[in-house]
Design a protein around this ligand. Structure first.
Ligand code: SAM
Length: 258
């Protein structure tokens, strides 16, 4: 995993990736992705070749149903954990031949092209969001589509940092309010739609959450702090196991090739 941005460095532990992959798989099984405005926006802009570049494809939440709907996909995915699950999902659905998986981070070293370039919930990892978006524009002929979190993930753990005043607060996840002004400054003006999705608890397994937060707090070698963290999680269980609803921004625009 390419972890050059402060945020991607924070979330790049194996446990966090496993948790993220499990969350995406749950989302795939709990929701009919065909009803998702993100999916519908991709389909609306397909051309005659029905080609899609799925940047940061994850476990295939969009790639698999798009392939089932007879699209040809190039799925760019740097994480081995995600690629393994994506390949399995493609085998399970007999769609392996429709999806070409590239094991690189975006922007890739080799040029890729498709009618539609989609990056759903990926740009927050990019060290240079404008370079990320410009490369999307160069790679698609018809439409660029970005989904960006409006509400930061992990915000339910924000009070935790007050319990550990000696530990520097980790960087916050970049969200729509941070990223969209940068796009505007770069002259990239897009259609914007705010979408809301309700889902079950994002965090379920206490051992996984403990491990993920131990990594975030960098207290792997501090058993005393780990006990304190474990107690905090136990005492605040209700707070972090609540079902939630999250808002996202769907950005869509015609690529500028000038
Ligand atoms: C939150 S997941 C979203 C997955 C998928 N787009 C979806 O919405 O279901 C983010 C994915 O982006 C990938 N990723 C992170 N940085 C990336 C980069 N620079 N280029 C491509 N993918 C990246 C991660 O490995 C992860 O699979």
């Amino acid at each position: 995993m390419n972890d050059q941005s402060p945020w991607s460095f924070v979330v790049a532990s194996d446990d966090t990736f496993k948790m993220m992959a499990e969350g995406l798989q749950r989302s795939s099984s709990e929701h009919d992705v065909h009803q998702s405005p993100i999916y519908q926006e991709v389909v609306r802009h397909l051309g005659p070749n029905r080609t899609v570049l799925d940047i940061g494809a994850g476990v295939g939440r969009f790639s698999v149903p798009l392939a089932q709907d007879s699209c040809r996909i190039t799925a760019v995915e740097p994480s081995e954990e995600m690629r393994t699950r994506l390949s399995q999902a493609l085998r399970d659905t007999n769609q392996f031949d429709r999806v070409h998986i590239i094991d690189q981070a975006w922007p890739t070293s080799t040029p890729l092209t498709a009618e539609v370039a989609l990056a759903a919930f990926v740009i927050q990892f990019a060290p240079d969001p404008i370079a990320f978006v410009r490369a999307m524009e160069q790679s698609c002929t018809r439409r660029c589509i970005l989904a960006i979190h409006v509400d930061a993930l992990f915000s339910q753990f924000a009070p935790l940092w007050e319990e550990f005043p000696d530990i520097p607060t980790p960087p916050l996840m970049p969200v729509f309010s941070n990223l969209y002004p940068k796009l505007l400054e770069a002259g990239i003006v897009t259609d914007v739609q705010i979408i809301e999705e309700s889902h079950g608890p994002q965090f379920r397994d206490p051992a996984q959450v403990l491990s993920m937060l131990t990594h975030r707090l960098k207290i792997q070698d501090n058993p005393q702090a780990q006990v304190k963290l474990s107690q905090w999680l136990e005492n605040h269980r209700e707070q972090w196991t609540q079902p939630a609803s999250t808002r996202s921004a769907l950005l869509s625009w015609a690529p500028n090739h000038s």
